[in-house]
Structure formats: C-alpha cells, structure tokens
Design a protein around this ligand. Structure first.
Ligand code: BGC
Length: 682
C-alpha cells in the first residue's frame, strides 16, 4: 500500500509515479485541501503590494503539507507582462510572419522569462478567431483563419512549455467582441462552432497544451465558464483533454454549481464561487465528490508533470530582457511587417536619392507597443520609428521630424524634402481590452478607418510631395479607400514591440526585404464584413467571415488574406499532387524572378467547389516559408492530412470526408489570380 510518506514528489517523476501520487493524494486530502487547489489566492494582497496588476506572479492552489506546488500565473501575449521583460510585436504581427518556427522561438523566450520571474503558468496564448477587425483585442490573436491560428498558437504554446511552464490557450470560446464580453450571448450552429471557432483550440490540445482559459461571454445561452457542452463534451470528452480549465479573471464564473458541473476546474484569481461555497455545496450533497476529484486529479497531474520534469537550463534574472531576446524581438518585427503598396518601386529608399526625409506623425516618436490591458508588457526601452530611422541613417541623410498637428505647417515641410514617411494609426486609446467603464473606457474600435486628422494629413501631404509612404500602426484591418490612391507606399507595421522602430527603418531602407503577409482580409468597406456591434446582448455568428465570406459573396477586397509584397518577385509553376494513404503531398516550383534575395510564404488552399453540401469555396490548409536568391528555384512540398478535408456533420455528429474532386491551390495570397490550381480525387 502506498501513502504519501513513501511516494514523494521528486525531480524526473514518470507518468506512472505522478498517477500513483495523485491517486494517493486524493485519498489523503480532506475536502478543504482539495478545494484549495481549485482557486486563486492572495489576489488583493498582491494588488496592494504591487500597486497594480501584472507586476508579479499570481498564485493559485498548492497544498504545502503534501508538497504540491502552487500555480504561479503571469500573462502575455506580447511577452511576459512583468516589468523588464522582452516586448515582442503583438500576436497579430507575429501572425503576419506566418512563421511557426519563429513563433516557437518567441515561446521559448517567453517560457524562459516566465521561469526567471518565478512563474510556472503563462496565460498568453490567445487564439480567438478574428471574426471582425473592430474587435478591441484583435492585436492579441493571430488572424482570421483557423488553420493559421492553430499553427501559430501551437508553436507559441510548445515553445513556452519546453521550459516547463504550463501554457493557457484562451479564451475558450468565441470571445471576439470587447465591450460586450461580460454579457454577450454568441449564438452559432454546431457546425460553425466545430469547423470555424474551435479547430485551432483542438490543434493546441492535440499538441499537448496544459491548460485552457474559459471566456467571459456566453455561447448558445450558457456562460463559457459554466458551459458543459464546451468544457465537458467537446474539450474533455471528444478531444480527450487531460489538463485543467481555469476561468477568466473578472467575472469568469457566476455560480458554484454551474461552474463545477460545467467542467471548470480552477477559479481565477480568487475564490468567489468556489472556496467556501464549493465546500458547502459538496457537504450539502449538491455537488458529488467525483466532480471535485476529477478536477483535483487534473490539477495535480498537470502541475507535477511541469514542475518535476528536468529543466533544459537554469533561469536566472539575467535572462529577462537579455540581448539575445531583444535581438529576437527585432527579427520578429522585421519578419512581421507587410508591404501593401510600393508604386514605381519607391521602396526601398535609396540614401543616394533621398538626401532629406520628413518623418511625420504623432506616432512617429511614440513608445507605442499596444494595449494597456492585461497584455501590457511593462518595458520602457522602446525604439520608436523616428529613433530607428535616425539610428540607421541619420548620419547620412537629413531627417526632418514633425508631429503633423498643424497641417499647414507640415505642408511646407513636405515641399522641401525628397520623400515623406508618415506614421499613422492607433494607440491603446483607440483599441484594446475593455476592463470596466470606470477604469478604462476603450474596447472595440469605433471606426475601421484612420482618424479624420490622419486622413487629412495624408491627403494634404500628398498634394505637396509625390513620394508619400504611409506606415500604419494598429492591430488589424484598416480601411484605406479615401487615401490609398494618393500615396506611393504603404507598410503595415503593427504594434511592433521594443525593437519595432529599427525594423521599420531596416525595411524602408532595404536592409531587410519585407516578407510578411496579411493574416486577415482588408475590405474596401465595412459593409463587406459580417455584422458587428460593440454593445450587444446577443449575436449570431455565421459560418462565413473574412476571405470565406468574400469568396462566397464574390466581393473583391482591397487586400486579400495572405497578401504582402516583397522587394523581389516570385513565380509559381509545375504544381503536382501525390495522394498517399492518409495524406496528399502538393509540390510546386517557386522561383525568385527579381533582383533581391527574399522570403516567400507559399500558401496552400483546398477548394470545395464540387462538394455536395454547402462549404467555403476554399480554405487554407498549409503554408511554408522559403528563402530564395535571385533566379533561384526551389520545389516546395506541403502535406495535407486527408482528415483535414473533413466537415462536421451535425446530424451524424461526426467529421466526414466527402468522396469528391478537391481543388488544390498554391500561391502567394488567397486571391484566385495569385494561385495555381489543379484537382485531386482522394
Ligand atoms: C483577460 C485575460 C487575462 C486575465 C488576467 C482578463 O481580464 O480577459 O485575457 O489573461 O485578465 O490577466
């Protein structure tokens, strides 16, 4: 017979030893100890000590008598929020890199910094699908496509977890309206839920994600923290998730019994519905002990897996914000920016031709790394666009900086320079996480366009100077119709992290060849998008959004999903397919036909035109990045698993693969003209 005096927690425990410990612990713990594992604690104490949120880790659970360590939570996703950490570009920017290997490196840096700060649980893998660009927290996720979201989210999660930090994927599920997040009932049919809003979560679960954070909103009438269809039927049963679910922070749980019955294991950040109320509910016979034991087993099992595994390295404080980490932040910023327009090859700027450059705009010299909500990485050492440009080229050319507040004044500046870089867009005051009206007001974006002053500024400048380059800062799509034809260059620079200014400079002056591609569609007008309302009690999410909606309605967007220019060009030919037992291998020759070395993101879409049921015209099912020198050709192969072609049949409640001809498209954006295609029968 085992007991906890013979089974000790030690480094390098096997799964069998962890299971034995957990089984024994369940026998030896009293109800109070079990329930103690199921909620956060010391929240207010830490808030008072830190005089604010996010400055140190938040503990939850833990039972000292048995040596069970607490959960020690910190947040992200643009780094670790605790002061001094490396500040990366926001997730949406990283989504535009389409680079899962790079994202895993980001995850590793985050994992190391979490450990150096003393944490073991990272809440920063946000993979909510971007249904509409007005969503205030769009910047925290990777884009509009489930496959792409799964690739990037899983990479971040795996990187973080490599350093024995449990990663949380959030917010489960359908959390994509900020102002209404605490109340909105998001309705959708089962097929839409399974095919559009959940596949990326499933992917992360299959890849070993330790924990899941439930969302604040309701899905089909039930709060996500109480939602047994989401948490029990789908996550724990269908997907066989063995980790634990914790709540979101403010009002993630409303009811003790609904929470535990729904499948919520840990209430964060303090015991409001769990704690004493949960003990009472069990003692009163309202909650069976089995449910408590199931949660406790998940929590102990997960925490022991992560805290007893040997560490790949040591994590001293010096790791935080180290030189190597900052270097990675710059690389990520360089790989995430998307060149949207470059008429007459104005870019890259040649210092021999541009001897006087104007850098204009309120955002030009602003430390602007994104939202100030729970994702705010407290980092002061930030290279602004102006300082990046000055550092790179300030000794070779003359740089004239103007905030652009006075349009008449700035017009004169534009007359006397060789080119104008105007930096416009948003800050945390325009889009971000909505906490509570009396704390901070901003949430969803009011308009998808630039501010009136910024538009006036661009139009005024364009009358004075032919060479206007607009650098856009923001977390998702910006509608540009009023001014797009008046400017020569557009670079989507995002909230680009602590090294963003250097990355902008390196791209503008050609030290780096841009390779980012849009992880969402930019429409010509808002009415091309699905219905969205920031203040709303109930909304229906349909099967289509983003490029699937544009395809269905035959609408041409301003910039399609997957689009991004380079300083070189690429050609695609010779697409061939091979069908094997479980997968299809698609191969294509990609040639750099331009004059510069450059990276290309090769995309693969599967077309369902021959389907017997209603399906999207095409869906992204693979992508791959290649680096090519001028004239170099590389054959790129992408594998598609046949089970990824399935659709969810709500009648049979199964994923089914149709026996039809599928189209396979390969190319460098979701636009038909940018794709080469052929067909295959499975
Ligand atoms: C946010 C979460 C975050 C949590 C803790 C919540 O309000 O919605 O994304 O992880 O705060 O910081």
């Amino acid at each position: 017979m085992f007991n906890l005096t013979t089974i000790k927690i030690k480094e390098g425990m096997t799964q069998q030893e962890i299971d034995e410990f957990t089984t024994q612990a369940l026998k030896e713990m009293d109800l109070q100890e079990k329930v103690q594992l199921m909620s956060g604690r010391d929240f207010l104490k830490i808030l008072i000590k830190d005089r604010g949120i996010g400055k140190s880790v938040f503990p939850a659970g833990g039972v000292e008598r048995l040596g069970i360590p607490p959960l020690l939570f910190t947040d992200g996703p643009r780094g670790v929020v605790i002061p001094g950490s490396t500040c990366f570009p926001v997730s949406m920017a990283r989504g535009a890199s389409w680079d899962a290997n790079l994202e895993k490196e980001v995850g590793e840096v985050i994992g190391k910094e979490v450990r150096a700060h003393g944490g073991n649980l990272y809440g920063g893998v946000c993979i909510n699908l971007l249904r509409h660009p007005a969503w205030g927290r769009a910047q925290e996720t990777y884009g509009e496509d489930p496959y792409h979201l799964g690739e990037l989210g899983s990479a971040l999660m795996r990187g973080v977890q490599k350093h024995n930090v449990m990663a949380t994927i959030k917010h489960f599920a359908a959390n994509s309206i900020e102002y209404s997040r605490f109340k909105v009932n998001v309705k959708m049919n089962e097929r839409t839920l399974r095919e559009v809003y959940l596949p990326h979560f499933k992917r992360c679960v299959e890849d070993g994600c330790a924990t899941v954070m439930s969302a604040y909103n309701k899905v089909n009438g039930t709060y996500c923290g109480h939602n047994s269809h989401l948490l029990r039927n789908i996550l724990k049963q269908d997907w066989q998730f063995e980790g634990f679910v914790h709540s979101d922070w403010m009002d993630g749980l409303y009811d003790t019994i609904a929470g535990i019955e729904g499948g919520l294991d840990v209430e964060m950040p303090r015991a409001k519905c769990y704690g004493k109320k949960l003990i009472k509910a069990v003692e009163g016979g309202k909650v069976p002990m089995d449910l408590i034991d199931d949660s406790v087993r998940r929590i102990i099992n997960t925490i022991l897996q992560f805290t007893t595994r040997a560490d790949p390295q040591q994590y001293s404080k010096e790791v935080v914000g180290s030189k190597d980490h900052i270097k990675l932040a710059r690389k990520v910023a360089e790989k995430s920016m998307v060149l949207l327009k470059n008429s007459n090859d104005l870019l890259p700027l040649d210092p021999n031709e541009v001897s006087k450059l104007a850098v204009i705009g309120e955002l030009a010299d602003l430390k602007n790394t994104g939202d100030h909500g729970s994702s705010n990485v407290h980092q002061e050492d930030i290279i602004t666009p102006l300082s990046g440009i000055t550092n790179l080229i300030g000794d070779k050319i003359e740089i004239v900086y103007n905030m652009g507040t006075d349009i008449e004044e700035v017009k004169k500046v534009a007359q006397n320079v060789d080119a104008v870089v105007v930096i416009v867009g948003y800050t945390y005051r325009d889009e971000g996480e909505y906490i509570r009206q009396f704390i901070r007001k901003v949430g969803d974006r009011e308009s998808l366009e630039l501010k009136e002053h910024d538009k006036d500024l661009i139009l005024a400048l364009s009358e004075q100077n032919e060479k206007i380059i607009v650098v856009l800062v923001g977390g998702s799509a910006i509608i540009m119709e009023q001014w797009i034809d008046k400017v020569k260059g557009i670079l989507m620079a995002w909230y680009s992290g602590m090294e963003g200014g250097s990355a902008i400079a390196n791209i503008l002056f050609g030290k780096v060849n841009p390779s980012g591609k849009l992880p969402f569609t930019i429409p010509k007008k808002e009415s091309d998008l699905p219905f969205f309302k920031a203040h709303i009690d109930e909304i229906e999410y349909g099967y289509y959004h983003g490029y699937t909606l544009m395809d269905k309605n035959g609408i041409t967007p301003r910039f399609p999903f997957g689009f991004g220019l380079s300083y070189t060009q690429f050609k695609y030919d010779n697409l061939t397919l091979k069908s094997l037992e479980e997968k299809i291998i698609a191969s294509i020759d990609v040639t750099n036909t331009g004059k510069k070395e450059g990276e290309e993101i090769v995309q693969l879409y599967v077309g369902f035109e021959n389907s017997n049921i209603e399906r999207p015209k095409k869906l992204l099912k693979g992508f791959h990045k290649v680096l090519l020198t001028p004239n170099q050709t590389q054959r790129v192969s992408i594998e598609i698993s046949k089970k990824d072609l399935a659709w969810y049949n709500p009648e049979t409640k199964r994923w089914e693969i149709e026996d039809i001809n599928y189209s396979i498209y390969m190319g460098n954006s979701s636009k038909e003209e940018d794709l080469v295609s052929t067909q295959i029968k499975l």
